[in-house]
Design a protein. Structure first.
Length: 188
């Protein structure tokens, strides 16, 4: 297995995983195309023999873009991020369903964190998906990497889609009733 930056030939595989795991309206091929040649967005893929097994999309931004990327309510957490010069956001992580449980997500996330640390982020954050059944998808991994959960927002993913009916969640349908849970780690 190889972890590397996304290439054009990886886009159909990443999009297929995204549609199955994140819903039909969360990421598009344009999001992956943007990550090919951007200074502020990057996408890591896990591949084996040319097959995409998983991906992670990340954003790098300053305080002027906190509201655009995170859409947090007025809160202590938002204020703290607004005081940072550089923020790394682990935006999306998704693994091919039949490959879950093999450590692929952990390797992808670690690779993203290594990239963030080489850039020198003041804060690293992630919005973990917590289903209406109470399962937080990568909470244990984020905690293992030193991030702390601090804010939980029900229906969070509905703000990122253009449909007036809300996000087409693969677990609870439309509108999504699942939670976004903010995890953060600040440079000392």
């Amino acid at each position: 297995m190889e972890i590397r930056n996304i290439r054009t030939e990886d886009i159909p595989g990443t999009l297929s995983i995204s549609l199955a795991e994140l819903g039909s309206d969360y990421l598009s091929d344009a999001d992956f195309i943007e990550a090919l040649d951007s200074e502020t967005t990057f996408c890591k893929v896990a591949t084996d023999g040319g097959k995409v097994l998983g991906f992670s999309v990340c954003q790098v931004f300053g305080p002027e873009s906190v509201d655009e990327f995170l859409r947090l309510p007025d809160s202590e957490e938002r204020d703290e991020l607004m005081r940072c010069n550089t923020i790394g956001l682990l935006d999306s992580v998704s693994i091919l369903n039949e490959m879950k449980g093999h450590g692929i997500g952990k390797k992808l996330v670690r690779s993203c964190f290594d990239s963030f640390e080489s850039i020198g982020m003041d804060a690293i954050c992630a919005m973990a998906w917590k289903s209406i059944e109470g399962t937080t998808n990568i909470g244990h991994l984020l905690t293992e990497l030193g991030l702390k959960p601090s804010l939980s927002i029900q229906g969070y993913w509905n703000q990122f889609v253009t449909s007036p009916d809300g996000h087409d969640c693969p677990v609870c349908g439309r509108p999504c009733r699942c939670y976004g849970v903010l995890y953060t780690k600040f440079k000392n």
